[in-house]
Design a protein around this ligand. Structure first.
Ligand code: IPD
Ligand code: CA
Ligand code: CA
Ligand code: CA
Length: 275
């Protein structure tokens, strides 16, 4: 069985594990701040996934949100980048609209991406270079779009930050309508299925967007940071995912605002001479 087929079975099993676990009680705890939650189900599911991978492939490397990375060289062999529950706030408050996200790299190159909408048991997946699928159905390339007729995923929290809000408010004003789903992985699913046209996050971790980036590429979604650069390998980064036409329009708005560029790079600890 290929690693890709194994991953498809694993993510479905992991979804069943979460759904079963939701029938029992679980604990909710705070992480870095009162709105940053983690539940015992996040922790147990990451352990579940890690154990299954290690049983089948003892030499594979894994990084996930809730536990330390255990690897020597991330660009040698297989690397699994996992988010056991993406959208923990939705999981706690809504009991839906959350996902499991798995990105897999081989020798530092994208190998496969998988996102499971857990409550719908809907799997979006791709083996790099072979197209993207929703369950067994192949997805078409996304259409290009302009800002004026696009739905843009953007979190309201970033719109109220004084140092960066300028171009972001301009984008919200000029687009057809903004949305915020509360799960970066499921926002990618909407993009990949052509239900929204762009998704913007001022800061994401690799487990939030690795799978989406790999699957999105198969249907013509380009992922960069907010200034059009390749996202830093396994670092926290801003994420702009969209079609080729809209990407140019959005980058233009952000690149024309010097204060925004400085604030962006200061936040992400990037020296401005780097671009
Ligand atoms: C979060 C979600 C959310 C995004 C946050 C992420 P989590 O992931 O993807 O949409 O805005 O930045 O941390 O913590 O629920 O796995
Ligand atoms: Ca989290
Ligand atoms: Ca996440
Ligand atoms: Ca998570």
């Amino acid at each position: 069985m290929s690693v890709y087929l194994f991953a498809k079975e694993l993510i479905r099993d992991s979804g069943a594990f979460i759904r079963g676990r939701m029938e029992e009680s679980f604990q909710v705890e705070r992480k870095s701040n009162p709105n940053d939650l983690v539940t015992t189900v996040d922790l147990e599911n990451e352990q579940y996934i890690r154990t299954k991978i290690k049983e089948a492939y003892p030499n594979h490397n894994i990084i996930g949100e809730e536990y330390e990375a255990d690897m020597e060289d991330s660009k040698v062999g297989y690397l699994w980048v996992i988010d056991p529950i993406d959208g923990t706030l939705n999981f706690v408050h809504q009991r839906e609209n959350f996902a499991i996200s798995i990105g897999i790299y081989k020798d530092g190159e994208p190998y496969a991406g998988l996102i499971l909408d857990v409550m719908k048991d809907k799997l979006i997946h791709a083996e790099a270079g072979n197209g993207a699928f929703v369950n067994d159905e192949k997805l078409s390339k996304v259409k290009t779009s302009h800002l004026s007729n696009s739905i843009v995923g953007i979190s309201h929290k970033w719109l109220v930050r004084e140092d960066i809000k300028g171009p972001l408010i301009e984008i919200v004003k000029k687009c057809r309508s903004p949305r915020s789903l509360g799960s970066a992985a499921l926002e990618y699913v909407q993009l990949i299925e052509g239900r929204i046209e762009a998704s913007m996050f001022f800061r994401l971790s690799p487990w939030d967007f690795s799978a989406g980036k790999i699957i999105g590429k198969e249907v013509g979604i380009i992922t960069t940071d907010f200034l059009g650069r390749e996202n830093e390998w396994l670092e926290r980064t801003s994420v702009l995912a969209t079609n080729s036409v809209l990407q140019k329009e959005l980058l233009e708005i952000m690149k024309n605002d010097e204060g925004f560029i400085l604030a962006h790079d200061k936040f992400h600890n990037i020296h401005s001479s780097d671009h």
